[in-house]
Write a protein that binds this ligand. Sequence first.
Ligand code: HPA
Ligand code: ZN
Length: 338
Amino acid sequence: MSAAMFRFIQGLPKAELHVHIEGTLEPEMVFALADRNRVSLAHTSVEALRAAYAFKDLQDFLDLYYQGGAVLRTEEDFHDLTRAYLERAAADNVRHAEIFFDPQAHTGRGVPFAAVIDGIWAALRAGERDLGLTSRLILCFLRDRDEAEAMAIFEEALPYGDRIIGVGLDSAETGHPPAKFTRVFERARAEGFLPVAHAGEEGPAAYVAEALDELQVARIDHGVRAVDDPVLVRRLADSRIPLTVCPLSNLKLGVCDRMEKHPIRALMQAGVMVTVNSDDPAYFGGYVNANYSAVQKAFDLGREELGDLARASFNASFLDAAEKALHLAELDAYLAQA
Ligand code: HPA
Ligand code: ZN
């Protein structure tokens, strides 16, 4: 990639809509927090841990992701994790971030829900003040656990509902279809939470359709397997349901074997509203600009298409119309002078 293209992506104002805060935990911070909390680790060094980040599939990744996340114990830990992500995102000119968190992964280890959300929340508020980066939080249910547990964590989160814009669905997809959580999502929608779900990452296109029909989601996270079903692709395009695509994640987890074969270009050309995101950047080798760069390189995307991806990131966000308009004006000004 030319230096000019690198600078263009760097300066492009963008929103990030698919990032797991626990997936931003860098190996250096794993060791720092293990030390602070007197937790012992399976790996002996930062290098050994990073070297273990070679995943054969989603489950292989999830095993290390939950293991790494176990060093997060206190409100301060969640604050520091979130602050580090926001600084990285701001450096990539992310102007707005919609961030997933997995409370069941923590409350199950005895960490109070309040420690998780208070730590994240304090960092988000500070980031808005001193980095100018706005944010929203999305509570994810772990789909490989049962419905009752999801309902219980939802009830525990309700008193903090003014800090949470939506609910999502993540973790091991195969064998855990969206319909397993129809009632939890019904309840969450009734309480005013916006629904999203991971679907069509490792699971089939049918899970994407099921997330639309059963969970009535406003966005699909990943959704790349939708390309296997032309009727579904049409439906996504016609209904303007956005996909939050994570190219480097898909490459690292074997969802696609070469970036040149990634479905993102075909989906864009079919008129689907596609956005580019980092998913778990500490594990997958790059933050959001690395994802834009990988796609640019694989498909030789021009400035116009990259601008379209950034525009979609704001349009697909949960910001209100006036906030979107401000970001889109900033984006247009950038594209006019870049
Ligand atoms: N897929 C499913 N669940 C996850 C992921 C992912 O990429 N990252 C964190 N939880
Ligand atoms: Zn994800």
